[in-house]
Ligand binder design. Sequence first.
Ligand SMILES: NC(=O)c1ccc[n+]([C@@H]2O[C@H](COP(=O)([O-])OP(=O)(O)OC[C@H]3O[C@@H](n4cnc5c(N)ncnc54)[C@H](O)[C@@H]3O)[C@@H](O)[C@H]2O)c1
Length: 270
Amino acid sequence: MNVKFDFSGNIALVTGAATGIGKATAIEFAKAGADVIIADFNAEAGKKTSEEVAALGVKSAFYQIDVSDEKAVKAMAAQVLKEWGRIDFLISNAGKGPKHYGLPMTNIPPDDIRDQYNVNVVGYVNMVQAFYDFFKEQKHGKIVCTSSLAALRNSGIHPHYGASKVAILRFMHIVAQELGPYNINVNAIMPGFVYTPIYHEATDFKALMPGRFDDCETSEEVVEKMAKNSAMRRTQTAEDMAYGIMFLCSDAAREISGVELPIDSGACAM
Ligand SMILES: NC(=O)c1ccc[n+]([C@@H]2O[C@H](COP(=O)([O-])OP(=O)(O)OC[C@H]3O[C@@H](n4cnc5c(N)ncnc54)[C@H](O)[C@@H]3O)[C@@H](O)[C@H]2O)c1
């Protein structure tokens, strides 16, 4: 793989970095020389990520946080800035999938909608608000959030998840507009299909779409099959998402702001 970034001397804060895409992002940033702050509510896995990051020879620390808790996020940001002095990249990646897939509108439990908005949307707003004045004053920095291909495509199986991933994009546009004059780039990635713990219930799809996934035994196989509906007929890895995020944090992307970057093996083209 010809992927080379140099982020020596930079500090990245990655939320949702205990597992999946966030974890891969933390590790790839560390391989590229950045110090990495891990923020997640999963303390056990989050600490493990932080140890793996530190083992790559950079500085790392873990902060346990529920991104939907505004006060806790503000307190964490203050602590981070006190202990680290600054951050260069805020990667707001923590997210939550639906509890159940494929429910018709009338059966979606309001709690499931609230849960996802609280993490996927309010969590992003909380993180941005907590570092807003700092970035304004620092006059350099990048903010990248993780939206989803579900923001572009109505799969019909998780309308509330898709809606939350659309909402985060509009907030991202607003933040890009407001912080642009202060030399802050604000963007989003839109992952297609990366098999991570977020798909633990993907076998639900079997019941939802009779016949389509009969040959799939596991959630991973279901996701593989869904991903065949992409130009390149494949799923992506968590590292593919990390590379997109790192590109948006690199000087190569210094004039890119307010965009959502699909990383989906061409699913958008279908
Ligand atoms: N995997 C995919 O195919 C895919 C596709 C599109 C978008 N996404 C998005 O990518 C992001 C990462 O998801 P993933 O696939 O790596 O799944 P994941 O479940 O491995 O990662 C989500 C992380 O967020 C953390 N988290 C959840 N709620 C939190 C909260 N309230 N506060 C702090 N941390 C919290 C979890 O502990 C976990 O570490 C999410 O925003 C998700 O919606 C994933």
